[in-house]
Design a protein around this ligand. Structure first.
Ligand SMILES: [Zn+2]
Length: 331
């Protein structure tokens, strides 16, 4: 695409994004016609406020509005309000309040099955919504008269098809969780581990590819879920999967969090954030102490591997080197 087209594209893309941000998304619960409100994957009260600074946290965000080649998107650590942290339009006010009340009542009990299921439900719905959002963007770009003839149509269509398939897979999980909520069969298995407090958070579901053929061979794709949740004096890791949709690499992954020394735990967390998930963030206190070299190595790796789900990626940096846990008193 030449410069003129690229500028035209950015303008149209910015317009579409703005439009989509103002779009009233429907509540994601089947047959609910209410508009959705901004739902938080991890609540501010009792989780994010424990690690924020002046109600702000740090997350990795794209600098540019859009890049052709996602692997080259320039990314940066960005300070954001906890109101915006891991949040998107998912449920209507009624459903958001009713369904999640149990998982928002303090003190949180991370060993409680219903709490684990609810955290996981939220992330599954969020992944569906993100894909719906992406489909809508690509569809609108394809429909643009101004951009007609200048887009890589095949790539866009492949992306849309891939996203639709992804939604189908996630709907299998969404339905399974809803079955749990309507009379538990305990089809999900969770493991809860407690570590010393490092001021980070994460709520995500991801796939593990043994090879590039995995997404073609597995229907539905098998997911592992992880919630990294700070409490007053510890960092809680909840790992989960569906017992009927599981494979060895998922069990191995879950077990890989057990029996870690604190140094190994730092590396496990770094690996999670660099190679597996997007939905995570950290305390501004950790960010301030992070050395530039590690920050750059992280951004570079994260940017280049955003679409890489292959197991066994090797990284050679540690975000929490030198006990950088965000727990020191400020000077
Ligand atoms: Zn609703």
């Amino acid at each position: 695409m030449d410069k003129k087209h690229a500028m035209e594209f950015q303008k149209i893309y910015a317009g579409i994004s703005k439009n989509l941000n103002n779009k009233k998304w429907k509540c994601i619960i089947n047959n609910c016609d209410n508009h959705s409100i901004n739902s938080h994957l991890l609540q501010q009260n009792g989780i994010l406020n424990l690690i924020s600074e002046d109600n702000h946290v740090i997350e990795v965000k794209a600098i540019d509005s859009f890049k052709w080649n996602e692997s080259n998107s320039p990314l940066t650590f960005k300070r954001i309000s906890i109101k915006q942290s891991l949040s998107l339009n998912l449920f209507c006010n009624k459903h958001d309040t009713e369904i999640f009340k149990h998982a928002e009542t303090l003190p949180l009990d991370f060993n409680d099955y219903l709490t684990q299921i609810l955290f996981t439900y939220r992330i599954i719905c969020a992944e569906i919504r993100k894909k719906e959002y992406n489909i809508e963007i690509y569809q609108r770009l394809l429909n643009s008269n101004t951009l007609y003839g200048s887009l890589p149509v095949d790539n866009f269509e492949t992306f849309i098809e891939g996203s639709k398939r992804g939604i189908e897979d996630l709907r299998v999980y969404k339905e399974k969780i809803e079955n749990e909520l309507n009379g538990s069969e305990k089809e999900f298995e969770f493991k809860v581990l407690k570590f010393p407090l490092i001021k980070v958070y994460c709520s995500a579901g991801f796939n593990i590819y043994e090879t590039y053929a995995t997404p073609l061979e597995e229907i539905p794709l098998k997911y592992v879920f992880i919630h990294v949740i700070p409490s007053e004096d510890s960092l809680n890791i909840i790992l989960g999967y569906n017992k009927r949709l599981v494979k060895k690499s998922i069990i191995d992954y879950v077990n890989s969090w057990e029996g870690l020394s604190i140094g190994e735990f730092e590396l496990r967390l770094t690996d999670l954030f660099a190679t597996r998930v997007e939905n995570w963030g950290l305390s501004p206190v950790i960010y301030r102490q992070l050395n530039k070299e590690t920050e750059n190595a992280f951004i570079k790796y994260f940017g280049e591997n955003s679409l890489n789900y292959l197991d066994g990626q090797k990284i050679d940096f540690n975000l929490f080197e030198g006990n950088n846990y965000g727990t020191q008193q400020p000077l």
